[in-house]
Design a protein around this ligand. Structure first.
Ligand code: SAM
Length: 283
């Protein structure tokens, strides 16, 4: 049995979920640790989870469990939209979301990330990003997502918001004005999917967003999935549209997936009791 006694702090990387609890990873090696203009970027290696990306001390993705979050952010929209061709991804500098989008025969993916350093670091340590950036359908735009959508001339069939927590550069991506701009740049039919945080630790924030989202989109559905390394192991997402009902799957999902399935999809939209307030959909 392993000695569970004293471990010096520098051998662990901790993420605090509140002031007094969180998650820790033993560090096998530190691969990168520097500040960019926007945030602190760290990549560490852990025996079990492999490479882990932290931004401002919060886990963004790990090699071992990335597919839970990335598949669940992307595939529900792609199996319910009749013909998604033009896609916008805001945030998601690790490339996991765009990787999933490229499983479909889309025409164009505009990939808007604020922090070039996240792209450069992830390109080196998360090999899927290299492939994403070599794909001719992808245009990388290094810009603030809020500014981009304010000036955008294009409209999109699907918009995916893979923002970080509402601290630092991503604060504007969590406000009403941003979602109004997303709706204004959505084709019809169109879908926006955005990550919404932990249904346990960030519940008030979920309710706050639900209230303003209902004033912007006709269809507002929240859904959840497991993500082992996110706080409390479960994450939430919002599916927003004028016309599309996410419980009506009309297309087959891409092949080669590890978590997403039509069954996982239906389960994701069945909200438990603490999230009942998020179930009042307008039709
Ligand atoms: N879903 C993950 C989570 O909750 O842990 C976040 C993953 S992803 C790495 C978040 C990305 O959003 C980062 O690469 C960050 O640089 C980018 N980002 C933050 N604010 C942004 C903004 N205003 N515009 C565009 N990208 C932004």
């Amino acid at each position: 049995m392993k000695d569970e006694g004293y471990k010096s702090f520098w051998k662990e990387k901790r993420e605090y979920h509140t002031d007094n609890c969180g998650l820790f990873f033993e560090i096998k090696s530190i691969l990168y640790a520097q500040n960019s203009k926007f945030q602190r970027i760290e990549v560490v290696e852990n025996e079990y989870f492999g490479r882990i990306l932290f931004l401002d001390g919060l886990v963004q993705t790990t090699e071992r469990d990335e597919y839970f979050y990335h598949e669940m952010l992307v595939h529900p929209a792609f199996v319910t939209h009749p013909q998604p061709q033009r896609v916008l991804v805001i945030g998601g500098g690790d490339g996991g979301v765009v990787k999933e989008v490229l499983r479909y025969p889309v025409e164009k993916v505009d990939f808007v990330e604020i922090d070039e350093k996240v792209i450069r670091v992830c390109q080196k340590y998360f090999p899927w990003l290299k492939k994403v950036l070599q794909d001719k359908r992808v245009e990388l735009i290094l810009q603030d997502g809020f500014e981009y959508i304010q000036q955008a001339q294009e409209s999109y069939d699907i918009i995916l918001v893979d923002s970080s927590e509402p601290v630092g550069p991503s604060v504007s991506l969590h406000e009403k004005k941003f979602y109004q701009l997303l709706r204004d740049n959505l084709s019809q039919p169109g879908i926006v999917v955005a990550q919404m945080g932990s249904p346990f630790f960030h519940q008030d924030e979920l309710f706050r967003k639900f209230e303003f989202l209902r004033t912007i989109f006709k269809k507002v559905f929240f859904y959840t999935s497991p993500v082992p390394t996110y706080p409390a192991g479960e994450w939430s997402y919002a599916f927003l549209s004028e016309t599309i009902d996410p419980t009506q799957i009309i297309r087959r999902p891409a092949g080669g997936l590890k978590y997403y399935s039509p069954q996982a999809h239906q389960r994701a939209f069945l909200l438990p009791k603490p999230l009942e307030k998020l179930r009042q959909n307008k039709s």
